[in-house]
Design a binder for this molecule. Structure first.
Ligand code: COA
Length: 139
């Protein structure tokens, strides 16, 4: 139903627009390693998947407001992570959404994650922000 495509430079403005629409844009955003869900060439959802040597760091998961609550984010996560064999980490203020998909909150990551500063977590809801992980294999 949706086409999963790797973003190109041309997708940059549309990605920024979507992230701004859902209040998830931050000034240090780097437009790299984005994957998109499109329907009839229209952008429906985005996600950023940054590779590190020992893990993958996920961010900027967003669905256009008019397409939310249709399980699109869940489908995008499943599609984009299908072939990922490493642990995947994420900072989020909505851990309950991810818990249903097999993620778990952790206090002490086993790896050195990127800092929260560039993601402007302090300007979001720092008291709600947690680190979550989806392990490559159950621990
Ligand atoms: C979070 C988001 C990606 C979910 O996309 P979606 O396609 O609507 O998600 P799904 O349909 O797969 O799942 C929806 C469920 O997610 C949960 N959920 C969605 N937004 C939530 C929120 N802000 N707080 C808590 N739970 C939330 C709810 O349980 C919801 O169930 P419901 O549809 O029965 O209400 C989307 O709402 C969005 O783009 N939000 C703004 C950006 C954002 O918060 N991104 C997450 C950054 S970690």
């Amino acid at each position: 139903m949706f086409d999963l495509v790797k973003a190109t430079k041309e997708d940059g403005p549309a990605i920024i627009n979507l992230l701004q629409d859902v209040d998830s844009y931050y000034s240090e955003l780097k437009l790299e390693n984005f994957w998109l869900f499109k329907a009839a060439s229209q952008l429906v959802a985005v996600i950023q998947l940054n590779p590190y040597p020992d893990f993958v760091f996920l961010s900027s998961l967003a669905v256009t407001p008019k397409n939310q609550h249709q399980k699109i984010a869940s489908q995008l996560l499943a599609a984009v992570l299908k072939n990922t064999i490493q642990d995947i980490y994420l900072y989020t203020i909505i851990p309950d959404f991810f818990k249903k998909l097999g993620w778990q909150i952790i206090d002490q990551p086993k790896v050195k994650l990127p800092g929260k500063e560039p993601y402007e977590c302090h300007a979001c809801q720092p008291q709600k922000c947690v680190t979550i992980v989806k392990y490559a294999s159950p621990t």
